[in-house]
Design a protein around this ligand. Structure first.
Ligand code: NAI
Ligand code: MG
Length: 349
């Protein structure tokens, strides 16, 4: 019996529409072979809409999107729009309103991928970044703006409830992986209030997962180990800001931002989860057919996994892995890369 899923597609700005088209093509192909079908609704949100109407994410559109099984997003942000308008008003609004408290970012060094590291070892870890709290909640303000006496605050919010649910999710993911290791990354020697809440929570939840080994690193030390010994990591759990920064570094050591996929997951399934490449709208290469669609395609694999189609997801990952292994030095267009991966998916390679 064919399972039907409704997909809200937000291509967004810059290279967003270019890479999303490739991801959709691959998703539809693989779904057909796994007794699944997607019906997609496209939403024109982003810079063009903001210029035309002043809207970022109207409440009525948010409610429509909420009615879908999952969301596929390209990227948002454009130099013609003041910084923060779309990022806060569209992207963060979706993540917060749909309670995407697990921001999932796997990092794997595929065979054949050039890495800037001389001795990378076997890199295969996943960052579970908290997605709804921390300094990203907009709890701040500024007075005397533009004067020498300007004052600005950006308060980091950490609730026992919010920390516990993401930590629990990270432990469950660690338990399901062969190495069963969880590393908390924070800065509990300086950020003592939030840091101690995170540390105590990890210690408490750890008692429920006795087979998971627990490690702790300060965030500055974590950046060292991500470069000198990334193979030591299995599951990293961390707050919203540290996770944002560490996952760009993680993408850099595993072959670049064109390969890094992510999921904004609502594990309780009270709202659709959203899948998107880690990269942004790359205005410097938009419209030039140069963008690598691999990150968007791999985000589609995460989407399939979330919807309970692990075999279909694995088929995409293997097709990507095979394509990457045979990438030569000659540059390929967005469509060529997407097409090559799609053919491999179709052939089941
Ligand atoms: P970016 O990720 O868009 O670009 C950084 C660099 O990586 C650029 O040189 C770009 O050409 C390159 N790059 C990115 N994706 C690529 C791909 N698929 N293939 C090949 N090269 C790729 O980050 P940047 O420049 O900081 O931000 C541009 C805009 O995107 C800003 O408005 C920013 O706020 C927004 N942004 C949106 C995100 C999202 O929608 N989740 C995430 C990050 C940034
Ligand atoms: Mg980032």
């Amino acid at each position: 019996m064919t399972r039907s899923f409704s997909l809200a597609v937000v291509p967004g700005d810059g290279i967003g529409p270019e890479v999303t088209a490739q991801a959709l093509q691959v998703l539809n192909l693989v779904a057909a072979d796994h007794d699944a079908a997607f019906s997609s609704t496209e939403y024109d949100l982003g810079a063009k809409r903001w210029h035309a109407t002043g809207e970022t994410l109207p409440d009525s559109v948010l409610e429509e999107i909420r009615g879908h099984d999952a969301i596929l997003l390209g990227a948002v942000g454009d130099p013609s729009v003041p910084s923060g308008v779309l990022e806060r008003g569209l992207l963060l609004k979706l993540r917060f309103a749909l309670d995407h408290y697990v921001n999932l970012r796997p990092s794997k060094l595929f065979p054949g991928v050039p890495t800037p590291l001389a001795n990378p070892g076997a890199i295969d870890f996943v960052v579970v970044r908290e997605g709804t709290e921390g300094p990203y909640v907009g709890n701040g303000g500024a007075i005397r703006v533009g004067t020498p006496h300007e004052l600005a605050t950006e308060v980091s919010i950490n609730t026992a409830y919010g920390v516990e649910r993401v930590v629990r999710d990270a432990f469950a993911r660690a338990q399901a992986r062969p190495r069963k290791k969880l590393t908390l990354v924070h800065k509990n020697n300086v950020l003592v209030h939030a840091g101690h809440l995170w540390t105590r929570t990890v210690d408490a939840v750890a008692t429920e997962f006795p087979d998971v080994a627990v490690d702790y690193l300060h965030v500055d030390a974590a950046t060292i180990f991500l470069v000198t010994d990334p193979a030591r990591f299995d599951v990293i759990v961390t707050d919203n800001l540290f996770g944002d920064i560490l996952t760009d570094l993680a993408a850099a050591i595993t072959g670049g931002i064109g390969l890094a996929a992510s999921g904004n997951v609502n594990p309780d399934r009270t709202a659709p989860s959203m899948f998107e490449p880690v990269h942004g709208s790359a205005p410097d290469i938009a419209g030039q057919h140069k963008a690598d669609p691999t990150a968007a395609i791999l985000s589609g694999a995460l989407l399939l996994e979330h919807l309970g189609l692990p075999e279909a997801a694995a088929r995409i990952s293997s097709a990507v892995e095979a394509d990457i292994a045979e990438r030569g030095a000659a540059p390929r267009s967005t469509e060529e890369v997407g097409g090559a991966i799609a053919s491999r998916v179709a052939e089941g390679v």
